[in-house]
Design a protein around this ligand. Structure first.
Ligand code: G6P
Length: 611
């Protein structure tokens, strides 16, 4: 949700900024802009993608060794050139990039307007630029103090970087709720929303905490809080290679990430499943293992695809570990006075570790005394730091806005947790846990076999690419898979799709079925197989087109369905992981055939850092 980047050092800032913005574009792509401080501040900004900005600045002087850049996901004000960041104050003394929302911007704007200050954009960010300038000019304080005083008046969330013509050899970065990372080079500093634009220059970083303000010069960084206390920076070494964030010859990041799943799932369970002793070891949960194993209830909180992984987790944890589980949208949980207390375990699931609603729900659960655990992909992210303990998914950076490998990695972690708790509680005997661990270990090979069928998925996509609606049905653990399949199609191809529990079809969606309607069934061999076969017949009786994901060798459904996709046999507990792969690929091919921007679907952003 908006990507921001800043640079101060001795190299030319522009290439660092533009490359960084391309890496951060997954966070928003409504407009892009840069400001370069070279004697005076020059701002270039444009509605549209970073590539359009790049084209726009081709003819201008982009020299300067200090600069900031922004790629926007619009909140206040429509995406246009004027509302694009960076924003400058009225007299031009301050220039800002901002990720987040200044909630009291209207009041602040009114009081500044009353002082005769005028505004050119509809953004909350311009208000902040003017507030800083107003304090600077009227109170005659330093740039640093003006920024801190202004931030003390702000209600809301921000990750921001400020440039000032008055102090051209310093940039100021500040964070509350929206993430910011500072990269430490040799006589240079990089500031960004996440580490991806920084890793090619340095592996030494500082993750800023809430209410931190960093005063950054070429050879010095001073970290303070808003109350002006000096803080000791916690410098960490990150383990993220540049090659992990490139496309490696794939047309899209999404395709690369789908095809990476055999490896990413292996990375998720590597070192955690012990085939010789049939054990699961989740180091991040050691300290809280007793409390988790004996939990009376687990409440899972998440958004989007992570919420779907949570629903799979509900089936797994209830089935294998016999712990009652509730799965909540973080945004609903936080606003409805939830019944939560010290006896509860709350499990937050998030790829980015930065989703605003999930973070707020975590805070609420912590305040209520619950043990809060996290399943995150991005190391060092806010959620990984705000939770008491947790497990990283280790799926590697996910750049495509539509989540794929993060989902299968999250389900892998949830599977390991469920087996671990079930075994600890004596609910799974040695033979059963050994079977499950062995089957989990075989999942990557089975996914390879599914990926080999890519041409079949492309063929099905070509047939259905022009439909306007689609239905995805599944039962048991395949119901969340149906939801996820429908979400993938909606997100990237803009076809309306609904996921539904197959048995519920009779209570509504069946009315939608006609010759035009593709109905995707996840109909693998499990305890509800016979029931789902009946559901397929009900759809065929109404002339719907059935695409069925079945277990290899299924001849019964082959006779009924219009298209059959076979996946290798696996334990029913593990079915969610392989059965989602064809759905990811069908959505991908349909979106490509419809000419959609697969990696950057309209209106979406990878990391939703606003409520
Ligand atoms: C956005 C992304 C989704 C993601 C959701 C939750 O909507 O586009 O792909 O599932 O946020 O994000 P998180 O990082 O918390 O998993």
């Amino acid at each position: 949700m908006c990507g921001i980047i800043g640079y101060i050092g001795n190299r030319k800032a522009y290439p660092v900024l533009i490359k960084g913005l391309k890496r951060l574009e997954y966070r928003g792509y409504d407009s892009a802009g840069i400001a370069l401080l070279n004697g005076r501040t020059a701002i270039y900004k444009k509605k549209g993608k970073v590539s359009e900005l790049e084209e726009y600045v081709k003819e201008v002087d982009t020299s300067g060794t200090v600069g900031i850049g922004h790629t926007r996901w619009a909140t206040h004000g429509e995406p246009n050139d004027l509302n694009a960041h960076p924003h400058h104050s009225e007299k031009g003394l301050f220039t800002i990039i901002h990720n987040g929302i200044i909630e009291n911007y209207a009041d602040l704007k009114q009081s500044l307007t009353d002082q005769g200050i005028s505004f050119y954009s509809e953004t909350d960010t311009e208000v902040l630029a003017n507030l800083i300038e107003y304090i600077y000019t009227t109170q005659k304080v330093s740039v640093e103090i003006a920024v801190r005083l202004a931030l003390q008046k702000v209600i809301g969330a921000y990750g921001l970087v400020v440039l000032s013509n008055e102090e051209p050899d310093m940039v100021i970065a500040a964070r509350r709720s929206s993430p910011l990372v500072i990269g430490l080079g040799d006589g240079e500093y990089f500031i960004a929303s996440d580490a991806t634009p920084i890793v090619e220059y340095t592996d030494r970083v500082i993750y800023m905490n809430n209410n931190d303000v960093a005063l950054i010069k070429r050879d010095e960084l001073v970290l303070k809080n808003l109350a002006n206390d000096i803080l000791e920076p916690d410098i960490q070494t990150i383990d993220l290679g540049i090659s992990e964030i490139e496309k490696h010859g794939y047309d899209h990041f999404m395709l690369k990430e789908i095809f990476e799943q055999p490896r990413s799932i292996q990375d998720t369970f590597r070192g955690r499943i012990k085939l010789d002793t049939n054990e699961i070891r989740l180091g991040g949960l050691y300290a809280v293992k007793d409390q988790l194993v004996h939990a009376k209830r687990i409440v899972i909180i998440a958004c989007g695809t992570s919420w779907h992984a949570g629903l799979v987790g509900e089936y797994l944890l209830e089935d294998l570990a016999r712990i009652p589980v509730e799965v909540e949208y973080a945004s609903e949980f936080r606003y409805r006075n939830p019944m939560i207390g010290p006896e509860d375990v709350v499990l937050a699931i998030s790829q980015s570790g930065e989703t605003a609603d999930t973070l707020a729900a975590i805070q609420l659960a912590r305040d209520a005394g619950a043990l809060v655990l996290g399943i995150c992909n991005v190391a060092g992210s806010s959620i990984s730091r705000e939770t008491h303990a947790g497990v990283y998914t280790h799926a590697g950076p996910e750049i495509g806005v539509a989540s794929t490998k993060a989902f299968t990695a999250q389900v892998t972690v949830l599977t390991m947790m469920a087996i671990m708790i079930g075994s600890e509680k004596g609910l799974l005997d040695k033979k059963r846990s050994a079977t499950l661990i062995r089957e989990l270990n075989e999942i990557p090979d089975k996914i390879e076999k599914i990926l080999e069928q890519n041409e079949i998925f492309r063929h099905i996509a070509a047939i259905y690419k022009d439909v306007t609606n689609a239905l995805y049905l599944g039962r048991g653990v395949s119901f969340p898979v149906a939801l996820e399949g429908a979400l993938k199609l909606k997100e990237i191809s803009y076809i309306h799709a609904e996921g539904y529990p197959a048995a519920e079809m009779k209570h509504g969606p069946i009315a939608l079925i006609d010759e035009q309607m593709p109905v995707v069934f996840i109909a693998t061999h499990d305890k509800s197989y016979d029931k789902i076969v009946s559901n397929i017949q009900e759809v065929k009786a109404r002339k719907g087109n059935v695409i069925a994901i079945v277990t290899q060798g299924d001849e019964t459904i082959r006779k009924m369905a219009d298209h059959v996709i076979e996946i290798p046999k696996t334990d029913e507990v593990l079915l969610a992981i392989p059965s989602v792969i064809p759905l990811q690929l069908i959505a991908y091919h349909i979106a490509v055939m419809r000419g959609c921007n697969v990696d950057q679907p309209r209106n979406l952003a990878k990391s939703v850092t606003v409520e």
